[in-house]
Design a protein around this ligand. Structure first.
Ligand SMILES: Cc1cc2nc3c(=O)[nH]c(=O)nc-3n(C[C@H](O)[C@H](O)[C@H](O)COP(=O)(O)OP(=O)(O)OC[C@H]3O[C@@H](n4cnc5c(N)ncnc54)[C@H](O)[C@@H]3O)c2cc1C
Length: 392
C-alpha cells in the first residue's frame, strides 16, 4: 500500500474527492487560503459531467455533457466566466422548429420563440471552464485515477482509502469534501463508523441530474466552413430558415430533441441532441443507436444531416456519474438543496458537495459553484471550531 499527497504522519488540511466543476472550483478558492489540499478524481480526466471533445473534421468543441447557462439567473456562472476571461454567446434559437409527431411522416415546421429560455453557451465548449480552473492549480495537487472506496474517522483526521492502477493508496486529511453526486456517495462508499440512517436516506433520494441521459453530437464541414462570400454553408439548416431546433413526440423516438451547436458565428457547424430512449433500452440497442439517431436527424432536417461526424456519449454507462437508481428516467427537475446534506458529519470534518446539494441552481453548473462556495465557508468555520487554523 502506498501513500499519496503527503507522508503518513502529516495529514492534508483538505482532501477534495471528485474533480468535477464543484471540486475544482472549491480547490481554486481554497488555494488562496494557503491550505494544504489535493483533488482526487476517479476518472483519468477531470471535469466530471462536463466533457467537450473536439470534432476531428472541423475542430469544434462538442458539449457531450453540460452546455448551457442562463445569465439572467445564474450569477455565479457569469462571474466565473468573467474571472476566467472566457467568452460566451446566446444559444442560436433564431428560425423555425422542426417537429416530428410520427415515426415516418414529414416534420411539421412551426414558429417558437426562445425555445431555450435565454440559454447561453461557452466559447470553446463548457470544457474550457474546466481547462481554465485546472490551469490555476498546481499539478501536484491533482490526482487522476484515484477511486475513493472507504473513509474511516480517526480522532484528529479522516483516513481515505483509494483504489488506483498502481494499487491501493491511503491518504489522511483533517477535512474531507465529497464533491460527488450524493447517490454515488451512498451507493459506492463505505464509512467507518457508518453514516446515520437519515443522512444515508437523503443521499440516496437525491437524483443525479442528467446521469441517466445520453447525448449525440454531429459535426459538419471542414475547419473553416466559410464560403467565398464570407457566409457559412456548413449549417445548412440555417439557410432554410430553420433554427436547428427539433422536437420529437412520438413513442419510441430515438432522439427527443435536437438543437444547433455551431460556434458563435455559425462557421463551424454541429447539432447536439438528447436521446429519448431510456438507459435500459439504449443498452439493448447500443450497436444500432448511432444509425437510428442519424436517420432521425435526416427526418428532421433532410439527407444532408446524415453526412456528419457522429459522437455519442451515454452517461448512464459511466460508473462515476450514474448510480443504479439514476437509470430510471426523471419526469421533471427535482427540488435540490436538501438542508441535511449541508451539515458536515464526523465533528465537522466530513463535508458533502456536488451540484445536487445546492438550493439555487441545483443539478446545474450554477449549483456546482454554489455548493463550492458553501463548502469553502464550512471548511473555514470547521478549522476554527476544530482548532486547526485561523478564522475565515
Ligand atoms: C448530458 C448532460 C447535460 C447537462 N446539461 C447541462 C447544461 O446544459 N447546463 C448545466 O448547467 N448543467 C448541465 N448538466 C449538469 C452539469 O453537468 C452538472 O451540474 C455539473 O457538471 C456537476 O458538477 P459536479 O462537480 O457537482 O459533479 P460531477 O461533474 O458529477 O463531478 C463529480 C466527480 O467525482 C468523480 N467521482 C465519482 N465517484 C468518485 C470516487 N468514488 N472517487 C473519486 N472520484 C469520484 C467523478 O468522476 C466526477 O469527476 C448536464 C449534465 C449532463 C450529464
Amino acid at each position: 500500500m502506498s501513500v499519496a499527497g503527503r507522508d503518513a504522519i502529516t495529514p492534508l488540511d483538505v482532501a477534495i474527492v471528485g474533480g468535477g466543476l464543484c471540486g475544482l472550483a472549491l480547490a481554486n478558492s481554497l488555494n488562496a487560503q494557503g491550505l494544504s489540499q489535493a483533488v482526487y478524481e476517479a476518472r483519468d480526466r477531470l471535469g466530471g459531467r462536463i466533457l467537450s471533445p473536439r470534432a476531428i473534421n472541423n475542430g469544434l468543441a462538442l458539449d457531450m455533457g453540460a452546455a448551457w447557462f442562463w445569465p439572467a439567473n445564474q450569477p455565479r456562472m457569469v462571474r466565473l466566466l468573467g474571472d476566467l476571461k472566457l467568452a460566451s454567446f446566446p444559444q442560436h434559437d433564431t428560425g423555425r422548429i422542426s417537429q416530428l409527431v410520427n415515426a415516418d411522416g414529414a416534420p411539421r415546421i412551426v414558429d417558437v420563440d426562445d425555445l431555450h429560455n435565454g440559454a447561453w453557451r461557452i466559447e470553446g465548449g463548457a470544457g474550457s471552464v474546466i481547462d481554465a480552473l485546472v490551469a490555476r492549480l498546481p499539478t501536484t495537487a491533482l490526482h487522476r485515477g484515484y477511486v475513493l472506496e472507504s473513509l474511516c474517522e480517526q480522532s484528529q483526521h479522516i483516513e481515505l482509502r483509494f483504489g488506483s492502477t498502481g494499487g491501493p493508496v491511503t491518504v489522511w486529511a483533517h477535512q474531507v469534501v465529497l464533491a460527488l453526486p450524493p447517490r454515488l456517495v451512498e451507493e459506492r462508499l463505505a464509512f467507518e463508523p457508518p453514516l446515520n440512517g437519515q443522512l444515508r436516506e437523503r443521499l440516496r433520494e437525491t437524483p443525479t441530474w442528467m446521469a441517466g441521459q445520453a447525448k449525440l453530437a454531429v459535426a459538419y464541414g471542414g475547419p473553416d466552413g466559410v464560403s467565398e462570400d464570407g457566409m457559412s454553408r456548413a449549417a445548412f439548416w440555417r439557410e432554410e430558415g430553420l433554427s436547428g431546433n427539433g422536437l420529437a413526440s412520438y413513442p419510441r423516438a430515438a432522439l427527443g430533441e435536437v438543437h444547433d451547436a455551431c460556434d458563435a458565428l455559425g462557421f463551424r457547424a454541429a447539432f447536439n441532441a438528447f436521446f429519448a430512449l431510456p438507459a435500459d433500452i439504449r443498452a439493448q440497442f447500443r450497436q444500432g443507436l448511432p444509425l437510428l439517431a442519424v436517420s432521425q436527424l435526416a427526418q428532421w432536417f433532410g439527407r444532408r444531416a446524415q453526412a456528419g461526424e457522429v459522437h455519442l456519449h451515454d452517461w448512464a454507462e459511466e460508473p462515476w456519474t450514474c448510480a443504479t437508481l439514476d437509470r430510471m428516467p426523471l419526469e421533471e427537475h427535482p427540488d435540490y438543496g436538501d438542508p441535511v446534506l449541508s451539515v458536515p458529519a464526523w465533528q465537522g470534518r466530513l463535508h458533502f458537495g456536488g451540484s445536487e446539494t445546492a438550493a439555487h441552481g441545483g443539478g446545474y453548473m450554477e449549483g456546482a459553484l454554489e455548493a463550492a462556495a458553501r463548502l469553502r465557508r464550512e471548511i473555514l468555520v470547521s478549522r476554527v471550531t476544530l482548532g486547526e487554523g485561523a478564522g475565515p
